[in-house]
Design a protein around this ligand. Sequence first.
Ligand code: ADP
Ligand code: MG
Ligand code: MG
Ligand code: MG
Length: 404
Amino acid sequence: MTTFTESYFTMTETDAIIYAKDHLTFFSEDAELSCKEIGDGNLNYVFRLVDSKSGDSLIIKQAGPVARISDEFKVSPDRNRIEHDILKIQGELVPEFVPEVYHYDPIMNCTAMQDLSNYTILRKAFLTHQTFPQLADHVSSFLVNTLLLTSDLVLGHKEKKDQVKAFINPELCEITEDLVYTEPFYDCPRNEVFEGTLPFVREEIWSDETLKLETAKLKFQFLTKAQSLIHGDFHTGSIFVTEDQTKVIDAEFAFYGPAGYDIGNIIANLIFAYVNGEQTIYDPIERERFTGYILTTIQDIINQFKEKFTYAFFDHVTERVAEYPGFLEHYLEELLADTAAVCGLELSRRVIGLAPVQDLTDIADPDKRAAAEIACLKAAKVFILNRHDFFHGEDFTRVLQEHT
Ligand code: ADP
Ligand code: MG
Ligand code: MG
Ligand code: MG
């Protein structure tokens, strides 16, 4: 017997095999296990274990003590508890859209879950311009069920406050507060701006006092608006897809925050796929197929979200004052304004800030890359400054079409 769970250490591939044999009931006694670390993120280790006899496999995700990109970010491995606990909640609210969880270890800070290796990460699929017709339906259902059913509209307010407490996530919130809400909007040494984009950033972002004031207001909203249990990192790198299925992973940033954060985040990341398609697909018919798909998907996510939210609201609402005529409309208007704002923030931070996206960095031609990034920033300004004008899916795609 090993001493594995007596104290925390970061596992190697060999350790993960011993761990699985000692602590998981998933594999049979005579399993012949091999293991590979397949993590591509910044903060964690992802081990894939396969039994060569049965073909069974699983994933162990372990939180490391520091970020892999930079030890500037010291983040408590307790975030694995948050990721595990929200996976359990999502497993009840939206079982079809999350991996199954097998095991959680609070000492080793690791979670064992369903292996989704037969799925593709959506960002990668978009880089080869694949399309997924059911994505908007799945994403809008995921968002409605996770965001509505964890809010004060539905949960008793004491129970909701207990949930707020359980999901206090100060360190990962701080990463978002810095990287999304602060650093992109001044000449922060940690920013990494592409040369061709830099003049636009200096003149139109860092010098725009009106814009900066709005980002300050939005930062305080992120700090204080405990509306729903949000995923917190809902970009195309956190979504696994097949032809007809969708699974959401990597919710370690989860906490009680503004519901529009998740919606705005995914819309912005669809926009990155759109501008990548615009700049890198040469055949006009092929380009129209892909960019047209992205536009439709953005519209459908927003419009289906509102429609499904409205139905689910009347099915599940428990707070009587929320049933006063006009309240639902008010709630959705505010939610959509928050969505537009976060979409603008995410568009900005992925161009200017420390964590760029491959949809942009993979555009090899420097002029085209700058064009794509500047288009994102122009749209971002409209999303942030005019955030109260967004209510329909078409309002979002119109901005995109006007700036690309
Ligand atoms: P991080 O928090 O470090 O970003 P992720 O949870 O996003 O970690 O996982 C990083 C990568 O590991 C994913 O992009 C994917 O390739 C792989 N991965 C994570 N979870 C699974 C899973 N359940 N099944 C298969 N691969 C996974
Ligand atoms: Mg990730
Ligand atoms: Mg950059
Ligand atoms: Mg992560």
